[in-house]
Design a protein around this ligand. Structure first.
Ligand SMILES: Nc1ncnc2c1ncn2[C@@H]1O[C@H](COP(=O)(O)OP(=O)(O)OP(=O)(O)O)[C@@H](O)[C@H]1O
Length: 263
């Protein structure tokens, strides 16, 4: 589904991503792990259009999508959530969801004068969809609360809900479990699993919580020093000597920069 070929993301002389290649298969929930600074977020940002890679290719079902902007990827069903949720705090949770879909008729003067019925119909459909999403996520009770007032975990669920307002094909989740209490973590994990099995979503998720990864992800891809160092099941990864060393920081060579290379 997504294929990343020899991707590089350099900041000045520093190689945050240094020739990463990987595949994300349709229907999978792939975990992306690695020590701090391994290049996971930079890689995510390159795939999701937030950063333009220095070199390399990203293919989506064979189509070259390298360098496309987030809104262009959005129309292809490729979405990314952020570690810090991006909600509109003064709007209700339902309104936050209703904001997501593109191509509504509401904004133009023409529509304001002549398209009232169509706008009302669209709004009704959006509201019904938002309510269905909130119910799926088991958070109907927060529909009318201001998004700025809900808990961090509920914000993460709302962020997941935003991907459900459009026909997402693949969703990139950046530390969706970070700082979330165990109960909500279970709710988030359950929603991800059901979206995967019942609605065919493909996920790729950066996560530090190995228990959470173990419950959800297969395969798990490990990054270190800007490269993919291992791929396997969570069990395989947790017993992989090189991975353990990378996490402990032993035996990992200092990362080279282009400046050093040039010397
Ligand atoms: N915009 C930037 N400018 C310069 N260096 C950057 C930039 N973004 C990231 N880096 C550096 O690139 C390296 C990889 O960062 P990245 O955030 O991709 O790693 P990560 O694996 O997601 O780490 P973490 O788990 O700590 O979030 C880090 O050393 C970081 O300081």
């Amino acid at each position: 589904m997504i294929e990343v070929r020899d991707l590089h993301m350099h900041f000045g002389g520093f190689r945050a991503v240094d020739g990463a290649s990987l595949r994300l298969e349709q229907g999978s929930i792939t975990g992306l792990i690695g020590p701090n600074g391994a290049g996971k977020t930079s890689l995510f940002n390159c795939i999701a259009g937030v950063l333009t890679p220095t070199s390399g290719q990203v293919l989506f079902n064979g189509e070259d999508i390298t360098g496309l902007k987030p809104h262009e990827l959005f129309h292809k069903g490729i979405l990314r959530t952020f570690q810090i949720a991006h909600e509109f705090g003064s709007m209700t949770c339902r309104e936050n969801l209703m904001m997501v879909p593109a191509g509504q008729s509401g904004e133009t003067l023409w529509n304001t004068w002549f398209g009232r019925k169509r706008i009302a119909d669209e709004e009704r459909a959006l509201r019904a969809k938002a309510d269905e999403v909130l119910e799926f996520l088991t958070i109907s009770h927060i529909a009318d609360l201001k998004a700025g007032e809900i808990s961090g975990g509920q914000k993460k669920l709302l962020e997941l809900g935003r991907t459900m307002m459009v026909d997402a094909k693949i969703v990139f989740l950046d530390e969706v479990g970070a700082g979330v209490n165990r109960t909500l973590l279970y709710t988030i994990g359950d929603a991800i699993k059901r979206l995967n099995t019942e609605r065919g979503y493909t996920f790729c998720m950066i996560e530090h919580d190995m228990e959470f990864i173990k419950q959800l992800c297969d395969p798990v891809i490990v990054m270190a020093q800007g490269q993919v160092m291992a791929t396997g099941t969570a069990e395989e990864i947790m017993q992989n000597e090189a991975v353990i060393e990378a996490y402990l920081g032993t035996g990992v060579k200092n990362k080279k920069t282009e400046t050093e290379d040039a010397e």
